[in-house]
Design a protein around this ligand. Sequence first.
Ligand SMILES: Cc1ncc(COP(=O)(O)O)c(C=O)c1O
Length: 362
Amino acid sequence: MPLVPPYIESLRPYEAGRSIEEVQREFGLTRISKLASNENPLGPSPQATQAIARSLHSLNLYPRGMELRRVLAEKFDVKLENVIAGTGSEGIMSNIIRTFLCDEDEVLTTESAFIGFQVLAKSRGVTYRTVPYRDWQYDLTALASAINERTKIVYLANPNNPTGTIFSKQEFDEFYKHVPERVLIILDEAYFEYAKDNPRYPDSMHYRYDNVITLRTFSKIYGLAGVRIGYGFAHERLIGNLLKVKLPFEPSTLAEVAGIAALDDKEFLHRSLEVNARGLQLLTRSFREMGMTVVPSEANFVMLVLANAEQASQLVRELLMQGIIVRPLASFGLANCVRISTGTDEDNQRCVEAMSKLAAAV
Ligand SMILES: Cc1ncc(COP(=O)(O)O)c(C=O)c1O
């Protein structure tokens, strides 16, 4: 047996979007709009940063790790035993993979699923199977038929990254009828807050099933991606086993206090939703007017579908040269697509202007 297992050796590491400093250096630019990682363009929740500042004096102590769970249990009207908090929702995903997967199990999801999940699942060395999108939506009927006796985890993101599409409660219910109880469904709702007011969007906290774990995050609407704090809800048997496996002192003290404070920061949440709604509308409408294919999004980004991989990478490069960082999706498995996050009103305007210059040049 080699020192490094073949499934690790062949794994492509997670590629994050390019940083502002990197692009400034490479292209000698001063003004950069980073629209590549679905971050909150308004910065972090001010209440969260104040809470972090207030708790700095106690950093010599190990985290207690219960308070955020308690606050979430109360807010969502569930028992403490149904709640987990972790190092981002990806931290919890990683624990799910370590806790529930055995060597012979299989993971099932859509093609080109969120790259973070792909990397985590493949790093476990189990069989990873996918079903193609139908019109850039999860094909829940095909996913249900693809479940076999070895399927252990089905991963669904709603809204989905990178397409931004959602599925409805009826679609989920129909799918759920075909899922055996021994299969764990990860319902990743990282972009829940952006979609929650759409009547087609189901809030999974209103319907709980014993084999479904809902994951949410403070990284997006609350602007705390750098703090690494996420949470999840599930049956106590699932949470109890996850708690055995997670690192004893995650999440960190700062992450926990930031999360608690952010939940109360209604004003910031409101402003963040408004700037995103304006951004989605502007980007979608403007790119369509330029003749581009834009997938309708319920999250904080839009996906553009180009004719081929060369056009997509050329677009990414040319926007970069104008100081706009967007996300190529080849690493997700969609080489002809590009994802653009919403930014501040000014960022969005710059992006549209940069794009129309490119469109005019063709
Ligand atoms: C669908 C989805 N899930 C999870 C995450 C990761 O969230 P976190 O920062 O909480 O680990 C992301 C981040 O981009 C995402 O798009």
